[in-house]
Design a protein around this ligand. Sequence first.
Ligand code: NG1
Length: 434
Amino acid sequence: MPLAAPIDNRQSPIDNHLMPQSAFDSIRERFAVLYGTPPSVVARAPGRVNLIGEHTDYSELPVLPIAIERALYVAAAPATDGQIEARSAAFEPPAQFARSEGHPSGAPWHRYLAGAVAELADLAPGQGAKLLIEGDLPASGGLSSSSALSVGLLAALSAAWGAPLDREGLVRRAIVAERYVGVESGGMDQAVITFAEPGHALRIDFRPPGRRQVSLPEVLSFVVASSGEEAPKGGAARDAYNERVVGARIAAVMIADEVGVDLDQPVTLGQVSGVDVVDILVDGLPEKISAREVAHGAQVDIAHIVQLTAETWDAQVKVPVKRVARHVLAEALRVQEAEEALRDGDLRGFGKLLDASHNSLREDFRCSTPALDKVCAAMRKAGALGSRLTGAGFGGFALAACTPENVQNVIDAAIATTGGPGFEVHASGGLEIR
Ligand code: NG1
C-alpha cells in the first residue's frame, strides 16, 4: 500500500513567526560586551518535538514533527585571523581552534561545531568567526538540541561569511554535518527546524522528497516531560541507534531480494513498503542476522548495509531485523493515520495512535526505558489523550497530547513522577535569521 499522499512542496516563508525582538537584542548586546564588536548576524534555530513517525526517517518513511518555541540563538561575526572562537552558557567549555585545523579536541559539543565548520569548507576560505550560543532548549535528548545547534551554526556562519545558504542547501549540509558526530540519522530534525510554521506540524516525506504543513486543531495541546535520564549521542545510545539503522537496512535488502528489486544500489524499507505482501515478508524475516550473512546470500555489496558516515560497524554482529522492520513499517502507517485524525479533529483517535507508537517502540523497536514508560503512564493516568517517547529514545523526553484544560494536570503528574522538567510546548515557526 503506498504510504505517501501527494505532497505540496510549498516552502515556509522566511521569518514567518517572528520571535520577540528582545531575544535577538539581548544576545547581540552580550556578544558586543564579550567580543568588543557587534555580531553581523543572529540565527534562531528552534527545538523540535516529533508527534509521530519515530525511527522511520532513515528508512525513507514519513514523519510528523513540530518545531517548538524553545530555541538556540547563534550570534556570529567574521574574523580575519582564521580562528573559530565559540562561547556558550548552554554548552561548556568554550572552543577555540584554527579553521584550517578542522577538529578541536574537547567537549562533545565541539564535534558539532567542527562538523558545521567542515561542512562550510567551500565558503570564505581563510576567514574565521566569533560565535556566541545561547538559548532555553534542554540538551538532554529528545528535543533536538543537537540539530538546532548544527542548523543554527550553519545559518549564522554562512551569513557571517557573506554567503548565506538557501534553506534546502542548509538542510542538506546540516544532515551531513551531524552524521560526522557518529549517528546515522535520517533528516527529520534539520528539515522541521528549518521549515516549520506556527500552528502546524510538518509532514515530511523522503521518497519522493516532500513536505506539507498540517494544521493542528486549536483544542489540542502538547506537553513534554523529561524521563530524568539523559540520552547523549555518544557511546551506548549511538551504538544502539546505529544497530537499528543496520537492522532496518538488512530487512530492506532481504525483502527486496524476495521481490526482485535491483540490489545494485542501497535499498530502504521505504522502497519496499508498498509491496503487497510486505507484512508476510516481514513475518518471514529472521529475528536476528548479521550483515555479512545477508550480503553473502543476496550477493549485495556489504557496504550498502554497514557503511556509516563516521563509525565502523562489525558486519559479523547479529542485529535484530524482524521486530525492527515490524515497528518501522507499522509506524509509517500510523503517521498517515495520525495526519488524517488531525485533519478530521479526531483527538481521541490521534491520542490512541501515540499510545500505539509508544507500545511498538517499547516492545518491537526496544528504544524505550522504564523511566520513559513510567512518565508516559503517569501522563495518561492524568488524563492525556495519548503519550509516547519522542526522539531517538534510550532516555530523554516523552510527549503527551491533551486538551488545553488538562495541561496542568499532565505537567504535574509528570513532574511528580520524575522531578521534571515538564512543560507545555506550542507548534512554532522554524529558523529565523536577523
Ligand atoms: P533525536 O536523537 O531525538 O534528535 C534522532 C535522529 C532523527 C530520528 C530520530 C528517531 C539525529 C540528529 N536525529 O533524533 O533523525 O531518526 O532519532 O525518530 O540523530
